[in-house]
Design a protein around this ligand. Structure first.
Ligand SMILES: NC(=O)c1ccc[n+]([C@@H]2O[C@H](COP(=O)([O-])OP(=O)(O)OC[C@H]3O[C@@H](n4cnc5c(N)ncnc54)[C@H](OP(=O)(O)O)[C@@H]3O)[C@@H](O)[C@H]2O)c1
Length: 284
């Protein structure tokens, strides 16, 4: 099976490259340098040369403040880019896997969102990803939308300037009080765990929508406390509310993803321990 991977140097993309060692799969890894997803002709050319059976789109414009400032770009990279990838894939008979987000939900629930719960975004990024989900499904009938949440991976996100775990460890090193929101609950998920969970779905040709997120949710404050505990650090960690934190941007207050379609991933703490070991922050 030939698999074309877009976004191969991102957090999730690079973990797919690192962890997919399956003799049944020939992985063709592509980055922005190979083709920008907003360039329809370049994407079509890339796909025609790769001749994939499956195309995976992990690319995104997901810097939330920048999406609010530039909605046109948010929709161009995510939705129009997704459309370009999905339709180019369809033209060579390739299935599509589109990575999406918990931010398609409004966060009003207090139990995990399942795959076919109603979507309603509360910010531009979420709205652009809803549009992406719809566009790729229209463009390619063999589409799997895989929603993930709170990603952190060894590569760090270039578009977001790192990841939450590394930010917490840097703040701890700097020695100042660390204020983290305790009223936003999600399921922070290691990209290594997602890469491994995605492989059998791709091999089985699963279509539709699936949630791939760590089991159980926690607040960002609880997650930060676990990072420090596992690393044996004792910084001055303070719990604050979203209102106290003063973040101008609307985010879902609860965005834990449950699944009725795929095997559940491990607990978020197991993924975190693995990441901290692999990154060399915690003993093996
Ligand atoms: N990070 C999260 O917390 C989170 C949460 C929920 C869902 N997601 C979704 O999960 C997926 C993977 O996220 P991630 O954290 O792995 O992202 P990431 O590390 O930021 O990687 C995104 C990749 O997309 C590439 N890219 C951006 N714009 C592009 C363009 N116009 N053309 C071609 N490539 C482009 C980037 O290339 P460069 O390196 O050249 O910029 C990068 O390799 C995304 O679909 C995202 O929406 C992420």
């Amino acid at each position: 099976m030939r698999v074309l991977l877009l976004g191969a140097n991102g957090q999730l993309g690079s973990d797919i490259v690192r962890l997919w060692h399956d003799p049944a799969i020939t992985l063709i890894a592509a980055t922005r340098q190979d083709a920008d997803v907003t360039d329809e002709a370049l994407i079509r050319d890339l796909v025609e040369r790769a001749r994939p059976d499956v195309t995976i789109n992990t690319t995104a414009f997901h810097n939330l403040p920048q999406c609010e400032e530039n909605p046109e770009l948010a929709f161009r990279v995510n939705a129009a880019g997704g459309w370009n990838v999905a339709s180019a894939a369809a033209s060579v008979g390739s299935a599509l896997v589109q990575i999406s987000t918990d931010y398609v939900f409004d966060g009003e629930e207090r139990t995990p969102y399942l795959e076919y719960d109603a979507r309603r975004a509360v910010n531009i990024y979420g709205a652009a990803k809803i549009a992406t989900e719809d566009a790729v499904r229209i463009a390619n009938s063999k589409t799997l939308v895989a929603r993930v949440s709170g990603l952190y991976g060894l590569a760090g996100s270039a578009g977001k300037g790192g990841n939450f775990v590394e930010t917490m460890l840097r703040l701890a090193r700097e020695g100042n009080p660390i204020r983290v929101v305790a009223d936003q609950v999600t399921a922070p998920t290691s990209t290594a765990e997602i890469a491994e969970a995605l492989l059998p779905l791709v091999k089985d040709g699963v279509t539709g929508t699936v949630h791939l997120a760590a089991a159980e949710g926690c607040s960002w404050h609880t997650f930060a406390a676990a990072i420090f505990e596992i690393c044996g650090l004792k910084p001055d960690l303070q719990a604050v509310s979203t209102a106290e934190f003063g973040a101008p941007l609307a985010r879902p207050m609860y965005s834990v993803l449950g699944t009725s379609r795929a095997p559940a991933l491990r607990h978020w703490r197991a993924g975190l321990e693995r990441y901290l070991r692999e990154k060399g922050h915690a003993p093996a």
